[in-house]
Ligand binder design. Sequence first.
Ligand SMILES: Nc1nc2c(ncn2[C@@H]2O[C@H](COP(=O)(O)OP(=O)(O)OP(=O)(O)O)[C@@H](O)[C@H]2O)c(=O)[nH]1
Ligand SMILES: [Mg+2]
Length: 471
Amino acid sequence: MIQVYAEKYEEELRNAASAACEKLGVNPDDIDVEINLSDEEEIQTLNREERGIDKVTDVLSFQNLADVRFPFDKEDYPDDVNPENGAVLLGEIFICRKRAEEQAEEYGHSIEREVSFLCCHGMLHLFGYDHDTEEKEREMQELAEEILLSVGQTREKGFEKSTEEKTEEKPVAFHSGFVAVMGRPNAGKSTLINAVVGEKVSIVSWKPQTTRNKIKGIYNEKDCQIVFIDTPGLHKPKNSLGDYMMKSAASATEGIDCILYVIDGEKGYLEQDQANIVGYTNAGFKVVVAVNKVDHITKDKVMEILTQLNAMQHLTAVVPISALRERNLQPLLEEIKKLLTDTIKYYDDDSYTDKNMRFIAGEIIREKALRLLDKEVPYGIGVDIREYAYRDGKDIIDINADIICEKQAHKPIILGKDGALIKKIATYARQDIEKIAGSQVFLTVFVRVKEDWRENDSVMRDIGYDKKDID
Ligand SMILES: Nc1nc2c(ncn2[C@@H]2O[C@H](COP(=O)(O)OP(=O)(O)OP(=O)(O)O)[C@@H](O)[C@H]2O)c(=O)[nH]1
Ligand SMILES: [Mg+2]
């Protein structure tokens, strides 16, 4: 049963939800779904409490079924059936009315189309569709368009401008795309993404191999959206974790528009950089090279690297930059914009990463540990967020985390004298997490030893290095 709670657009919401069911071959009577038209406050509270993002957004969907199979058959979900009506509990959708109105205005179509679109998008999520890759996003977008067409919500409907106005209107082409940011460890990839996005997407430290997962950083302009994918620095793996990191980096190139290869200008243009770049161009990728850290090297050194790169064939562009000082980033973006091939807005304007606050909190704790710990200890640590929860009815987040190390001898080093070092890690981490989450944070950090966890797939999976995500 489709239940709609809305003071306006009830018919459009119901029609869009029914049409989505029809398109997927699902009898609307076989499912239980609630669709709510909410105000900004309600959406923001839900977004904060359920996803850890303290911002208004256009649509939220809360999926009940972890794995939806088609053709849809009620019998497949015996544990999710509502005994009162025999329907399968599908989930809930919340649409922000104000945001829908603003977006309708921005895209130049009717509000009815916008709420129908958001409802459709939410329904597809509840049925297990996602947009975490370019291909899936396209499939989802096309399905939504077909569903909207079936209920008569075309893009043109709702245009109320005069013919005169229409002829004066200059359509601004929207461009978007995915860019994998690759390079050797410590080149400044994460610093660059943070600088471009204007938010802390990825942690940074002067120790190589800081980044361990693929992390998306989203850059928005009025007429363009670029999804940068941060990757672990390219190196020869020495353990299972290293292996995970390299597979993760390789998988970032799926469905991208170009590779942004970052060179550490201080180290120079190394043989390994050349081999990596040749590998990408030979595989048919468009490659833009950023020569980073030019703030820290002489002009002659910059010229030497640029000359070496000029001799390379098939490079699309080479741009000297300083990610740290945010120098020459606009020309770099202009080069990338020329290569974008899509017209879809993949993420809403408020999103700047694909990772949730729980993940970010773990990374921030790891960053502080990396920065405060010396020698070989930091490479063998991982962070397990055991609890991340809002305190009942309060704007306070309780976080319990374990720093995992792989040798008994490392534990006292991480704790420090009288626990001083772990206290420092926790204090610095708490301050950063509070700034990002916009809430008060109570953070407790313990140290646990898990011998050789970097070779142990199940510990790795528990703390966010799941091979399933990269195979
Ligand atoms: N002087 C200078 N330092 C920079 C610049 N960009 C990055 N760094 C420093 O280089 C170090 C490594 O930066 P990261 O952004 O963590 O490098 P990364 O390429 O992401 O490294 P991995 O995640 O280990 O692969 C940090 O200490 C940064 O502050 C720059 O433009 N100039
Ligand atoms: Mg990094």
